[in-house]
Design a protein around this ligand. Structure first.
Ligand SMILES: C[S@@+](CC[C@H](N)C(=O)[O-])C[C@H]1O[C@@H](n2cnc3c(N)ncnc32)[C@H](O)[C@@H]1O
Length: 278
């Protein structure tokens, strides 16, 4: 029935995955820049680095057995996980180009023996045994999938009881993101080449509980201090340094629930519920 529906709309799961892979294949070489040059000047702002830092901080006190990063992109988080003391680290991605960049980064850090990479769909991790993973991260991936449940249940399958998953997605409630999306609907030029979803934290909470997790912690990243000035072409360029400076200050609100309206990235720490038999 579902397959028939997808065929009617011209979209099969393979089509969707191919589109995602094509899209990110054109990113591999550029995405690596996001994590390069760790020295940050006062007028620079790298929210993607910050959200990775927050996500990894949330795993600091967890078991340091096996960690897996789903949608690992160019592999920066994999290196950090190894530095944090995880014994085995696995990266999974669907894009050849992202995986090539990750392979190079891992080689440059002499970690080829202890970090394994796999090319596959994060929703079907057949090479990973059930109940074998201590920590799973999925940063900026779930929004590209059609639905949340296949990924959430696959993560639950591979996690050990009490294992932890850190999931980061786009925050639907961010006022700035909502405005930009409305503009995109009117102005096709600004539309993204790939479709993605945004998550309402309130609905996401219900979903993760239904999938057998407890939600332990939430936080936000990526602020827009000078919104709406920052969406006006011309003005945007002039105010960029001060905007970046102020946005970094706003990151102090990362754990404040009010950030729901002001930050575009949402991060949730989920713990797999320990099933007690009988
Ligand atoms: C926005 S990038 C984030 C990369 C990395 N997690 C980071 O935070 O820098 C999303 C990544 O997820 C991968 N991806 C998206 N959907 C996927 C899927 N169904 N299976 C495997 N990888 C996927 C893409 O190829 C891309 O590398």
């Amino acid at each position: 029935m579902r397959a028939a529906k997808q065929k009617q709309s011209g979209k099969t799961n393979t089509n969707i995955l191919d589109n995602i892979a094509d899209y990110f294949d054109s990113y591999g070489d550029r995405w690596i820049d996001v994590y390069q040059d760790e020295k940050e000047r006062w007028y620079e702002y790298y929210p993607l680095r910050l959200r990775e830092k927050y996500a990894l901080l949330l795993t600091e006190n967890e078991n340091k057995g096996t960690a897996i990063d789903l949608g690992c992109g160019t592999g920066h988080a994999l290196i950090q996980m190894k530095k944090m003391g995880f014994q085995r680290v696995i990266g999974v991605d669907i894009s050849d180009s992202m995986l090539r960049s990750a392979e190079k980064l891992i080689g440059d850090n002499n970690l080829s023996d202890s970090i394994k990479l796999f090319k596959c769909d994060v929703q079907k991790l057949s090479m990973v045994q059930s109940n074998s993973i201590d920590v799973c991260t999925a940063l900026g991936v779930i929004e590209y999938l059609e639905k949340d449940e296949p990924l959430l249940s696959e993560i639950s399958r591979i996690l050990k009881p009490n294992g932890v998953a850190i999931v980061q997605t786009r925050n639907y409630c961010c006022v700035r993101s909502r405005t930009v999306e409305s503009f995109r609907k009117i102005l096709p030029f600004y539309r993204s080449r790939i479709s993605f979803r945004k998550h309402k934290p309130s609905s996401f909470r219900c979903k993760v509980e239904a999938c057998g997790y407890t939600l332990e912690c939430e936080r936000y990243a990526h602020y827009y201090a000078l919104y709406p000035l920052d969406i006006i072409p011309g003005i945007r360029t002039v105010i960029k340094p001060i905007d970046n400076f102020l946005n970094k200050k706003l990151e102090r609100l990362s754990t404040n629930p009010l950030s729901l309206y002001f930050a575009s990235m949402y991060i949730a720490k989920l713990r797999k519920v320990n099933v007690v038999n009988g």
